[in-house]
Every structure is written in C-alpha cells, then in structure tokens.
Design a protein around this ligand. Structure first.
Ligand code: SF4
Ligand code: SF4
Ligand code: SF4
Length: 290
C-alpha cells in the first residue's frame, strides 16, 4: 500500500529549519496546509477501508483488544483509557438505574478529513489514499498538536520511551487480511470492508430491526465530516462517549489553531534546537575525552 506523502520535512529537517528562524517556521505552517489539502485525495470514499462496530452485537469478550496487542506487539496493561500501549479498548457503559447498558470499542476513528493530520505541521500523520490515518515517527517533532486537535481524544504519547512518539491505531494498514481486531471478532460486532458496503450493511440492520438502533442512525456517516469507523448503538451515542458533532469537517473547527502553529513552533522548535545542540556538544566532548 502506498502512503500519500504530502511533505518531505523530516525530524532532522525540522531542526534545521527551526534553527534557521521564522522563515523555516513558515515552511512548517505551509506543510500543515498541504496535509489538510491532501486529506480529500485518494480512492472514492465508498471504496475506502472502514470498520463497522455494532455495539448491540458486542459481548465484551475483549478478543479484539487481545488481537490488537498481539499484532502490534504491545504489552498487557491494566488501563481505563487508550494509551501508548493500548490502541483499542472495550468499555462498558451502564446507566445509573441500570436500565441501559452497552459496550463500546474505543480506537482511532480514521476520520474522512482528519483533524490530527490537518494540525500536524510536518505531515507526520496523514491519510492514506485508501482510508487509514497513519503515523510516520521519523517526521514527528513531538509537538503533540494532534492530541489537541482530535475530537475523539485518540492520539497518545508513549511516555515509556526516552524519546516518546505518538501512538494510535493505524487500522493495521500493512496487514494482508485487514485489521486483526475485526478478523477475530466472534460476534460480527466488528467487521472490516469498504466504507460503502459497510454503510449498506449498517442500514440493512437498522431496517430489519425497527426500534433497535438509536435514532436509526449510523454514527460516523456524516459526523465531523465522516469517519471510517462506523458505529451502531442501541443507546444514545453520547452515553457511550461519542461526541455530538455536526456534519462540518473537523479541521474546519481547528483552523483557528492552525493559524497559531507558527507561534507555537517558534517556542517548541527553539527548545528542540537547543536540546539538539546541547546533545551534539556533549557527544563531541565525550568523543574527544575518549
Ligand atoms: S480520530 Fe483523531 S487521531 Fe483518529 S483520524 Fe480522527 S482526528 Fe486523527
Ligand atoms: S485496526 Fe489494528 S491497530 Fe486498530 S484497533 Fe484493530 S487491531 Fe488494533
Ligand atoms: S471481539 Fe467483537 S464481540 Fe468481542 S469485545 Fe471485541 S467487538 Fe465485542
């Protein structure tokens, strides 16, 4: 699968441009603009990869969580939220009086127009032409701007590393048979396919089960400009932690933030360049002493 490259800026390049001053910062801001512009490219939307999660079919067996850990070589951990080592998590929602309950699978929603990619000044996050939103650690400069931009609270920093990186689900884009989590689901609660086909399946389930699904609606068809993880639920979407979003693409909401990227990078870039220089001087001194 080919990645859609929108910028040639690497981590080293970035340090150079931040060292070079404001001119370099404007290059970074321009790269963010390119990333946003590129997010609409690729296969027609109905042909792109997607996942359909039907919370009414989910038994909470957590086989999907385990499969994700195995495939991505992630350590087991006892957490209540996504983390640098947990790309997907099943949580149980229960209403206070106990009359309503539902599972929900948390993971990256692989937005049609991802705010994380739009906010990244060096295109370290970008949408592949067939749908998955992926991450290039070589380009990442650690600004964590994507974490602020994502309406679903998905990107996490892996603090266990000396040099932390952003971590999140990449829809197993390099896996021949599609996402490991969907492949293992024993209940057809999680299925993988083309977005257009999955929408049809979701709407068919709604049609043949009147009153079963909340508002007879597929979350992600339009919310935030659309997502590639589509969700059916028997309880209100907000109750299972899905934000109420209109149809406006999420990057449009964060445009104000993009406008201040150069200001932020002036600070972050300056600090990073200072660290880089200090490390380089220390290494040279050690080499001379040796
Ligand atoms: S859910 Fe968040 S991290 Fe995932 S593609 Fe959308 S904006 Fe990016
Ligand atoms: S698509 Fe892959 S990385 Fe994402 S949650 Fe499923 S198994 Fe994990
Ligand atoms: S494997 Fe399927 S049924 Fe089991 S928790 Fe995951 S989505 Fe639900």
């Amino acid at each position: 699968m080919n990645k859609t490259n929108t910028s040639n800026l690497s981590r080293r390049d970035f340090l150079k441009v931040t060292g070079a001053g404001l001119g370099g910062l404007m290059v970074a801001a321009s790269a963010a603009g390119q990333a946003h512009a590129a997010s609409g490219e690729g296969l027609p939307l109905p042909e792109q990869w997607a996942l359909l999660y039907d919370a009414t079919k989910c038994s909470g067996c957590r086989e999907c969580e385990k499969a994700c850990k195995r495939y991505n070589n992630l350590p087991e951990e006892d957490v209540e939220d996504l983390s640098g080592n947990t790309f997907t998590l099943i949580k149980l929602y229960q209403s206070e009086d106990g009359s309503e309950k539902s599972f929900r699978k948390y993971q990256c929603m692989h937005c049609v127009d991802p705010a994380c990619a739009a906010s990244c000044p060096v295109s370290a996050l970008h949408k592949l032409e067939n749908g998955p939103v992926v991450y290039d650690s070589y380009k990442c400069i650690g600004c964590r701007y994507c974490m602020q931009a994502c309406a679903f609270g998905v990107p996490r920093y892996d603090w266990s590393l000396a040099y932390p990186f952003i971590r999140k689900c990449e829809m197993c884009y390099h896996r021949e048979t599609g996402p490991a989590c969907a492949e293992i689901c024993p209940k057809q609660a999680l299925i993988f396919g083309k977005r257009g086909d999955l929408l049809e399946i979701a709407k068919l389930r709604i049609a043949v089960n009147p009153g079963k699904y909340y508002e007879d609606r597929v979350y992600g068809e339009f919310e935030g400009g659309g997502t590639s993880v589509l969700i059916l639920s028997g309880v209100p979407f907000e109750a299972i932690g899905l934000p109420a979003l209109d149809h406006q693409p999420l990057p449009d909401r964060t445009q104000w933030a993009l406008n201040i990227v150069p200001v932020i990078f002036f600070g972050v870039g300056g600090v990073m360049h200072a660290i880089y220089e200090a490390t380089r001087r220390k290494a040279r001194k050690q080499a001379e002493e040796a």
